[in-house]
Write a protein that binds this ligand. Structure first.
Ligand code: ZN
Length: 331
């Protein structure tokens, strides 16, 4: 079956600390995505981070100090209490339950899934913490979807799959696709790809070149975005791998270079991938964050992709959520 899956990491920011700009962009991007999906009748999987669903009064207490200090290498030599205090402040800063209301009230039947509660790197936390986090995440979602099917790991760091299976999830976004490790390589990068560019010219040049190379590879590379093969894994969950690194997560320097060149590379890459999915009867899985869209041009670029998806429905293309894929694969 030819299908396209779209998943959204539904969070305001995972910056530490989050910048005002990124949060503003995320809140605006969230609503624009809803409206674009509605225009083209595209249901998506929204993996909502639990702390976003809460209000200041209902933030889940840490299950352990580890809860807020997981894997944060910068905090290893810091006073744990101070880090816990900071992380709690951060969690308060990232709540926006009204956005989940807007998602649930949207006429398109989106798949409301989970992106954990506190956004830990699951590969770095104990099983006990993973259980506590997933429980808190599911409890936070209860008012909108008491029985979520889909899970997107923070940083795409897949671990503790048995915990998800026990909690009733049916699928997760896997990294077995061609972009395996992509998110973690971005994460290891000393400079955040979205907000911070290196200050020293030499570093900036190298950094911009790397990002531009990535963009060119996606744009003109002969392989195009990968088609994926969702499959039932040994924990009983369906892994739905992604086809590309986050579609619109592109640094400002690359953005302006491409804008100057008058190109819509991401739209071209994604539409080509959609065509390949149709030709080969396969699945393509695109994903992004609400904060990844910096300019109106970025939204127009996504609109081209959604328009194309809509047109290709005449050729048998289906739009599936991750939850739909899980049902298909398990049947
Ligand atoms: Zn995330």
């Amino acid at each position: 079956m030819a299908s396209v899956v779209v998943s959204v990491d539904a969070e305001l920011s995972n910056h530490r600390p989050p910048t005002e700009r990124a949060k503003r962009r995320a809140r605006y991007g969230w609503r624009r995505l809803l409206s674009l999906f509605e225009t083209y009748d595209v249901p998506a999987t929204w993996a909502v981070v639990g702390r976003l669903c809460t209000t200041e009064d209902t933030i889940a207490p840490p299950a352990a100090e580890e809860w807020f200090t997981d894997g944060a290498t910068e905090s290893f030599d810091r006073d744990a209490a101070a880090v816990v205090g900071e992380r709690r402040a951060l969690a308060r800063d990232l709540t926006a339950p009204w956005l989940v209301d807007a998602l649930a009230e949207n006429p398109v039947e989106h798949d409301i899934g989970s992106h954990s509660y506190s956004h830990p790197r699951f590969t770095n936390v104990s099983r006990e913490l993973a259980v506590a986090d997933v429980e808190a995440a599911t409890a936070a979602l209860e008012g909108w979807n008491p029985d979520p099917d889909s899970f997107v790991y923070p940083f795409n760091a897949v671990a503790h799959r048995d915990v998800l299976a026990e909690a009733g999830f049916t699928c997760y976004r896997g990294t077995a696709g061609p972009d395996a490790g992509q998110e973690s390589s971005v994460d290891r990068h000393p400079f955040h790809p979205l907000e911070l560019v290196p200050e020293r010219p030499k570093e900036l040049a190298g950094w911009a070149f790397d990002r531009l190379s990535e963009a060119v590879t996606w744009t003109v590379g002969s392989s195009g975005p990968g088609l994926v093969e969702p499959e039932l894994d040994d924990s009983g969950l369906v892994a739905v791998p992604s086809s590309l690194p986050s579609l619109y997560r592109m640094p400002v320097a690359v953005r302006s270079a491409l804008r100057d060149a008058g190109r819509y590379p991401l739209a071209r890459v994604a539409t080509r991938g959609v065509d390949r999915a149709v030709e080969r009867d396969r699945t393509i899985h695109l994903w992004f964050h609400p904060a990844d869209f910096h300019t109106e041009r970025d939204f127009r670029s996504l609109e081209r992709v959604l328009e194309h998806v809509h047109r290709r429905r005449a050729n048998g293309l289906q739009v599936e959520t991750m939850a739909d894929v899980a049902v298909r694969v398990r049947s």
